[in-house]
Design a protein around this ligand. Structure first.
Ligand code: TYM
Length: 335
């Protein structure tokens, strides 16, 4: 048993690769935090099913996501790195949380509203609507203290806190109430071609998304072709200069330099310098991760073995929480 506080986070295996937004805001934080926390890093494949997926592609993307976690620095011996569908407790607790969530409350989730609007109201699934309660279950099963995510996930973690408090007050203390953790700089990375929208696995323009597994030459070209503006000044201003601000955020997230330091360094320089140097920084950061991912993927049996062992470790804790929650709400437990 460890006395370190718990951390839980996850990503959807819903594309052929993770992208720079996932890396800059989430994986970077995970790496910084994993030694101080008893960390659980999940590949949330059940969440990925809330929008249509190709079955073979989803299986492949699940392994790829695991390989990218490890390649980016997550140590599967020190942290518990597992696939959500390998631990039955997740959908079980999600069901219980569905029963204490208000329809109006779930309808207010902005991610649901955005995704449902994209798909058309009638084709959006009930699973998409229930997505946040499955996410709450992920977090609450492990008595999680810290949830490091990008800032687009804050609202879901707020809902998780509300559900934990509601359950605890109705049925007696069962869940730790978690805290959301976001980075100060780079908590949200935007699309390089459409800097009003966040960089997303489901983006329609591939040119706006930097994939970790892209060829380095493709990555460099995407950064150099990022949209900026007709001005010449390099300064952070999300409203007036979204493209330039995004490039500064990415630089800050990867280099660790503050935005104002970068503004000073680029005073008097042009957009060509900003983009060229950022292209180099991104390629330098992502290339070793890409190479290590490809090595890990060459031995899928070993990867599957690691994931299975980690899922057993996760199940021990998650099963105990579900049993407790089942008992508290009045379900008759199987002896
Ligand atoms: P997903 O797969 O969409 O995103 C994974 C992580 O990447 C962050 N992120 C971004 N950060 C900055 N800029 C962007 N453009 C960007 N796009 C994505 C997300 O904030 C997230 O941290 N619902 C979660 C997955 C999940 C989860 C959980 C997370 C399921 N259960 C429990 C934490 C705890 C999600 O959207 O993943």
């Amino acid at each position: 048993m460890t006395s370190k506080p718990r951390l839980f986070s996850g990503m959807q295996p819903s594309a052929r690769s993770l992208h720079l937004g996932n890396f800059a805001s989430a994986l970077t934080q995970w790496n910084q935090m994993q030694s101080e926390y008893d960390a659980y890093f999940c590949i949330v494949d059940l969440h990925a099913l809330t929008v249509p997926q190709d079955p073979e592609q989803l299986r492949e993307s699940t392994r790829r996501t695991a390989a990218q976690y490890i390649a980016a620095g997550i140590d599967p011996k020190a942290s518990t790195l597992f696939v959500q569908s390998h631990v039955d407790a997740h959908p079980k607790l999600a069901w219980i949380l569905n029963t204490i969530t208000g329809f109006g409350e779930a309808s207010r989730m902005t991610q649901f509203k955005d995704k449902a609007a994209k798909q058309g109201k009638d084709s959006a699934s009930v699973g998409l609507f229930a997505y946040p309660m499955l996410m709450a279950a992920d977090i609450l099963l492990y008595q999680t203290r810290a949830v490091p995510v990008g800032d687009d996930q804050k609202q879901h973690v707020e809902l998780t806190r509300d559900l934990a408090e509601r359950f605890n007050s109705r049925f007696g203390r069962t869940f730790e109430v978690p805290e959301v953790m976001t980075l100060k700089e780079g908590a949200r990375i935007y699309d390089l071609q459409d800097p009003a929208s966040k960089m997303s696995k489901s983006s329609t323009s591939d040119a706006g998304v930097v994939w970790i597994l892209d060829d380095p030459a493709v990555t460099a070209k995407k950064i150099r072709s990022a949209v900026t503006d007709n001005d010449r000044e390099i300064r952070f201003d999300r409203a007036k200069k979204p493209g330039v601000s995004n490039l500064l955020s990415i630089n800050s997230a990867l280099s660790g330099k503050g935005i104002s330091q970068l503004e000073e360094e680029y005073a008097g320089k042009g957009y060509g310098d900003l983009k060229g140097e950022l292209a180099e920084l991104v390629v330098e950061t992502l290339t070793p991760i890409r190479n290590r991912t490809l090595e890990l993927l060459a031995d899928p049996a070993e990867l599957d073995r690691v994931l299975a062992g980690n899922a057993d470790r996760a199940s021990e804790i998650a099963d105990a929480t579900v049993r407790d929650a089942y008992e508290k709400v009045g379900l008759l437990l199987k002896p």
